[in-house]
Each structure stands twice: as structure tokens, then as C-alpha cells.
Design a protein around this ligand. Structure first.
Ligand code: LMR
Ligand code: SF4
Length: 514
């Protein structure tokens, strides 16, 4: 097993930087379905460009490299303790090489361990089997989509769908509802794994297990096959679309599994995974520890480039999108001119700020003058170059709704004019945008390479005690593009999509599986 650590390092790097072919095919198919020139098509264009860049740069597809979770099947007599040690070393090495973001945080103190190791991280699960090779699967599932996982306890009353009973039709309603409630916040279009039965723990366990199935397999259980097909066909009618911008594709995959339950409990557990569905697997030789075969990689290379040309041509024809360039400091007047749907290109300074910073700013002064400035909800992957300067390795947006309790007050307190994030914000922020003259810009979640390329120089960093993802980075950007989805006139695309998708959800109220 001399080569095992090196094999695990390769598996981690490949999983973080190179999306598997079954996932690429699902994204390519979605791209074909979207009408050229729409926001959904433009977003998918950015997503596919980002996938290619990550591959070429051997850098994280998304800055949130999640909670590394390994599922391993081993022949008897293989030393699991040694394997665990090797995996941990490989995780730490991949973190110091900026292939993983330091993501392991003490839940009470907030201290970041810096190397992705700590109580409960990474997750490593073993099972023995009678084959003569080791099967290692890895999933890097980020926090935004993890937060959209949901567990139903049947019977339940569901928004838009009414009663969900303890039967196949009740399960169908839960799954449809799970897609609706995720909206764009888990970086749709997503993949879902569903676990029927079990208890609260084993139900979720099964749901996550389903995310290790190939996106293209066919469920051998007839009832579940029908259910999966039904969900794939109908969830896409909800109109949530890529990043919740509206559009034809909301769901890229649905895999359902079932286990027994005890009489009193009936759980339906759903694990939501963003489009940046980073899971891979390898077969490993139990003597040398070398990789024998890669999993999920059957078939031809997926060529996004050809579609890119077609989409770009169609885009030019539909040039009615208003394009605005902004550079901080921004005036209130400039903000008041912006409307939902405008595409904004930013040059100059922006400052990152996410959960720890928002909490901090409520009762502290800002480390820099934020008047007229732009806040980017982002926890980047950073590295130092040979001269010791920070460089941005991956920097897509994080889910903005977590800052809802703070955002409006902070904008007013410091005079911030624009916030960039993803998934949109709520009523309180919308009100503050109107009162104060602010705007919310939606960037494409997961497009971490695409945005990192716009980041020309890191001018400084404050509050490093919060750890790399949570610190406040001051970054000079060029050509950073995002869409206005909430403006200072009370308009919110997120609110509109949420209410129209709720209306569409209610079309699925009548029983289907009797
Ligand atoms: O933590 C992050 O960078 C992003 C997170 O995965 C999110 O989707 O909000
Ligand atoms: S930012 Fe989006 S793509 Fe990245 S991990 Fe979070 S949910 Fe996934």
C-alpha cells in the first residue's frame, strides 16, 4: 500500500478540479434545452466555461470544496487504520496546495484548523467486501447545497401540494416540494439523492448514498424507476432554472433508494447537490495502493465549446440586455438607475464579507472605509506566490440569504452601495435597498475559476483571525460581471420566481401514484 496516499491525493485533486463525464453530459443536455439569449442560457455558458477552466488550471471548480466524504469498500485483511492515516495526509497536502479550501471549523470557537483536519473531518467510512480490490469514492459537497437538504416526516402538510400521506404518492409530493424549497440557493440546476425510510440518520445516509449512483443508471426497482422518471420530467416544469433565474432546467438528476422503517416513522430524506457535483471514484490495488481504474468516466469527452459558439451567436441577436459598468465608490444616483435584469460589470475594488464579517460589522467598525463600496459574499481559496503575495485561486459567491438578518443594517451603517452574492435575499434587505439606495447583484454560484480570473490583485486582508474563507479580502477586479436581481425600486427576481414556482408546484397536487 505504498502508493495509497499518492492515489488518494490524485483522487482529491481530480474530484475538486475535474467534473465527471456523467455530470458533464447532464449539464450539456441542459444547455441545449435553454433558449439562447436567456439568463439561464447565459448562466450555463458561464458554468461550462468555468468547468473547462478548472480542468485546465487544475484548480477548484467551486471555492467551497465541502466536507470531504470518503466511502471505501475493502477486502478483508486490508489495514483500515493505515488507510485512514494516508487519507488524512493526502487531505492536508491537497489543502496546502490550494486544491481544497481550508474548511474545517471549530463549531464553537469558529477557529479554522487550516488543513481540513479536525473532529469529524474528513468523513471516512469503511465497509468490508469479498472483492479483491479497494473501491474508494469521494464526494466534495459544498455547504450551500447541503443547507438545502430536507427531511420530511409523513404524513405532512406541504405548501402548494396539500397532504402528503404515507404512500408512494406522498413520497412523490415530498420530492417535488424539496426541489421547490431549494429555489436557486443550492446552485441549481441540481441533482438529488432521496432516501425513503430508515430513521433520521439512516434516511439521510441513504439519500447521500444515492449521490454515488451514476447520473445515467436506471433504477432496478420498478416503482422507484417510475418515480425518478416522473420527478425528472415534472420538476423541470417548476421554472426555477439555473441559479433560480427561471428557465427550463431545474433538476439534472434524481436517484431514489428505499430501506425499511419502523411502524411509527416514515421519513423521506433528500440530499440536494449543486451542479458542481464533485464526486469520483477509483479502484485501487490492495497490495501496491495504486489506482487501477477511474469510475464515472466512461464515454467520450464532452465538448462544451461547440455549444458555446452557438449560444454566443444567438446572444448577439438578443442585445436588449442593458449593460452598466460600475466602479467603487458608487453614488446613490448610480444605484437608483439600476433595474432588475441589468447586467453590471465591475472594475476596481471589492471587499469580501460573509458570515463572520457580517456578524462582526454589526458591533464593530469596519477595517476599511466602506462608503460607496461593494461587498462580495465570498469565501475564496487563496495561496501565496513565490514573492509571498496572496493570489486568488477560486472565488465564486456564497449563499447570501444567511446574511439576511444583518445585511440591510450594515449597508446603512457603512454606506455600502452594492452586495454581490447568489440565491438572493429576503424582504428586510429589499426594504433596505429601497430606503438607502442599494443593489443586490447575483453572480453565478460555483463559477469560482471564472471569477478568480477577473481578480487582478489582492490589495490586502483584514480579520484573518476568522480564517481564509471568512476573512475580509480587499481585491481589485476587472470585468467582474453579475446580474441585478434586486433593485432599489422594490423589485426582486427571487421573489417573483419563488411565487411563480409555488403556483406551478400546485399543479402537482392531484394523486399520480395510487
Ligand atoms: O462556502 C461557500 O463558499 C459557498 C457555499 O457552498 C454556498 O453555496 O453558499
Ligand atoms: S457555491 Fe454553489 S456550486 Fe459551490 S458548493 Fe456551494 S452550492 Fe455548490
Amino acid at each position: 500500500m505504498e502508493k495509497f496516499q499518492e492515489s488518494m491525493y490524485k483522487l482529491i485533486v481530480e474530484t475538486s478540479t475535474n467534473l465527471p463525464k456523467d455530470v458533464r453530459r447532464a449539464i450539456a443536455a441542459a444547455k441545449i434545452r435553454e433558449n439562447a439569449g436567456t439568463r439561464a442560457a447565459m448562466s450555463l455558458e458561464t458554468i461550462t466555461k468555468n468547468i473547462k477552466m478548472a480542468d485546465e488550471n487544475v484548480s477548484p471548480i467551486c471555492q467551497d470544496t465541502g466536507l470531504p466524504t470518503f466511502k471505501i469498500k475493502v477486502p478483508v485483511n486490508v489495514n483500515q487504520i493505515e488507510m485512514k492515516k494516508a487519507i488524512k495526509k493526502a487531505v492536508a497536502e491537497a489543502t496546502s496546495d490550494a486544491k481544497l479550501r481550508p474548511n474545517s471549523v471549530d463549531s464553537i470557537t469558529g477557529d479554522n484548523s487550516g488543513d481540513n483536519l479536525g473532529e469529524g473531518t474528513p468523513v471516512i467510512k469503511f465497509e468490508q467486501w469479498e472483492e479483491d480490490y479497494i473501491d474508494v469514492r469521494l464526494i466534495l459537497k459544498g455547504g450551500g447545497c447541503e443547507n438545502k437538504n430536507i427531511q420530511y416526516s409523513l404524513p405532512a402538510e406541504l405548501e402548494g401540494l396539500g397532504r402528503a400521506g404515507r404512500d408512494l404518492d406522498g413520497i412523490r409530493k415530498c420530492i417535488m416540494h424539496s426541489v421547490y424549497q431549494a429555489q436557486g440557493q443550492g446552485c441549481s440546476a441540481g441533482f438529488i439523492g432521496v432516501g425513503i425510510g430508515g430513521d433520521r440518520t439512516s434516511g439521510y445516509e441513504l439519500a447521500k448514498e444515492m449521490l454515488f449512483r451514476s447520473a445515467e443508471d436506471v433504477n432496478p426497482n420498478e416503482n422507484l424507476r417510475k418515480l425518478e422518471e416522473y420527478v425528472m420530467e415534472n420538476a423541470n416544469k417548476l421554472g426555477i432554472g439555473t441559479m433560480g433565474f427561471g428557465g427550463e432546467t431545474t433538476l439534472l438528476g434524481c436517484k431514489v433508494g428505499v430501506i425499511n422503517r419502523i411502524p411509527a416513522s416514515f421519513f423521506v430524506s433528500v440530499a440536494y447537490n449543486c451542479w458542481a457535483y464533485r464526486r469520483l471514484g477509483v479502484k485501487v490495488d490492495p497490495v501496491s495502493g495504486e489506482i487501477q481504474e477511474w469510475l464515472y468516466q466512461e464515454g467520450e469527452e464532452v465538448d462544451f465549446d461547440k455549444m458555446k459558439e452557438e449560444a454566443a451567436a444567438a446572444l448577439e441577436e438578443k442585445a436588449e440586455v442593458r449593460q452598466v459598468t460600475l466602479e467603487a465608490p458608487i453614488t446613490e444616483e448610480q444605484i437608483r438607475e439600476l433595474r432588475v435584469g441589468d447586467v453590471v460589470t465591475i472594475n476596481g475594488m471589492m471587499h469580501t464579507g460573509r458570515d463572520a464579517i457580517h456578524k462582526y460589522l454589526t458591533d464593530h467598525d469596519a477595517p476599511v472605509d466602506l462608503n460607496g463600496q461593494i461587498i462580495y459574499h465570498c469565501g475564496p481559496v487563496m495561496a501565496k506566490d513565490e514573492e509571498g503575495n496572496w493570489v486568488v485561486k477560486a472565488a465564486g459567491p456564497t449563499t447570501s440569504i444567511r446574511e439576511e438578518p444583518y445585511q440591510g443594517d450594515i449597508m446603512k451603517k457603512f454606506g455600502i452601495r452594492a452586495v454581490i452574492g447568489k440565491g438572493g435575499m429576503g424582504k428586510k434587505t429589499l426594504q433596505a435597498l429601497g430606503d438607502h439606495g442599494g443593489v443586490y447583484l447575483n453572480a453565478i454560484g460555483g463559477a469560482a475559476q471564472y471569477y478568480a480570473e477577473c481578480m487582478q490583485k489582492v490589495e490586502g486582508v483584514d480579520l484573518m483571525e476568522f480564517g481564509i474563507p471568512e476573512a475580509m479580502w480587499h481585491i481589485n477586479v476587472k470585468g467582474f460581471t453579475a446580474v441585478v436581481t434586486m433593485d432599489s425600486h422594490g423589485n426582486s427576481l427571487h421573489q417573483d420566481v419563488e411565487s411563480s414556482s409555488l403556483e406551478k408546484l400546485s399543479q402537482f397536487k392531484e394523486p399520480v401514484f395510487k
